[in-house]
Design a protein around this ligand. Structure first.
Ligand code: SF4
Ligand code: SF4
Ligand code: FES
Length: 240
């Protein structure tokens, strides 16, 4: 089948304004949007910039906006889009554009680092044979969080990060904080909760669920954000 793509192009060093370019590639219905971009770059326009590495939803590097939805290009099959219409491919929103579909993720990584207290991870004392043991139920508390591949799709999709509060720490950073707050082996969770309680922290989330809808790893992001918010109230602002 022939797949038509409308692709965002912008080189801040040479272009005053972004523009769109149109490409048509031959692809099987089960090929991915990433395969189409590769065909464009390899066969039609070697200057098209985008990130990719694993091609299998593991590395998190090819997050982009496809038909207005944040997604990994390696996880979206062309057969899932209307054949008669162009597939519109744009960079992730929220982040500065480096070139075409490549965005600067440094602000994303900075937010992720900001959830850690200065003391880092302080472990509870191990008992018995020196191993810091955990029951399966305790381990399950943060199983979902560790699926995160840092693709930034959730932040790009969040209306608060997009418009309402650009300083919002964002869903991925709260998932990271949740991972440590709910780990029974870590004892300085109050410090991490205090960081999450700051302005632009977890309590900024209004529960739009957009992050959860787009997460390519199926992480229950909004649920975990609400668990952090609940824990902030219980631990830092208990009712008298
Ligand atoms: S649930 Fe919270 S973090 Fe997720 S998109 Fe909505 S406002 Fe943003
Ligand atoms: S929580 Fe999901 S969408 Fe957000 S960065 Fe992690 S894997 Fe990507
Ligand atoms: S290329 Fe690695 S997640 Fe898509």
């Amino acid at each position: 089948m022939q797949v038509k793509l409308k692709v965002f192009r912008f080189n801040p060093q040479t272009n005053k304004q972004p523009h769109y370019e149109y490409f048509t590639v031959e692809a099987k219905p089960t090929e991915r949007v990433l395969d189409c971009l590769n065909k464009i770059r390899w066969e039609q326009d070697g200057s098209l910039a985008y990130r990719m590495s694993c091609g299998h939803g593991i590395c998190g590097s090819d997050g982009m906006t496809i038909n207005n939805v944040s997604a990994l290009a390696c996880q979206k099959l062309v057969q899932n889009y209307e054949a008669s219409k162009e597939i519109v491919v744009e960079p992730l929103s929220v982040f500065p554009i480096v070139k075409d579909l490549v965005v600067d993720l440094e602000p994303f990584f900075e937010r992720e680092k900001s959830v850690h207290p200065s003391a880092g991870i302080v472990l509870t004392e191990a008992e018995g044979y020196g191993e810091n043991l955990q029951t399966p139920d305790q381990r399950a508390q943060f199983d979902d969080d560790i699926k995160c591949i840092m693709c930034a799709c959730c932040v790009s999709a969040c209306p608060i990060s997009q418009k309402e509060d650009p300083a919002y720490v964002g869903p991925a950073a709260i998932v990271r904080a949740h991972r440590y707050i709910f780990d029974s082996r870590i004892k300085n969770e109050l410090e991490r909760l205090a960081i999450m309680d700051k302005p632009h922290g977890a309590r900024t989330c209004k529960g739009y669920f957009k992050c959860t809808q787009v997460c390519p790893k199926g992480i229950q992001i909004t649920k975990h954000i609400f668990e952090v918010k609940r824990r902030i109230l219980d631990e830092l602002h208990p009712k008298q």
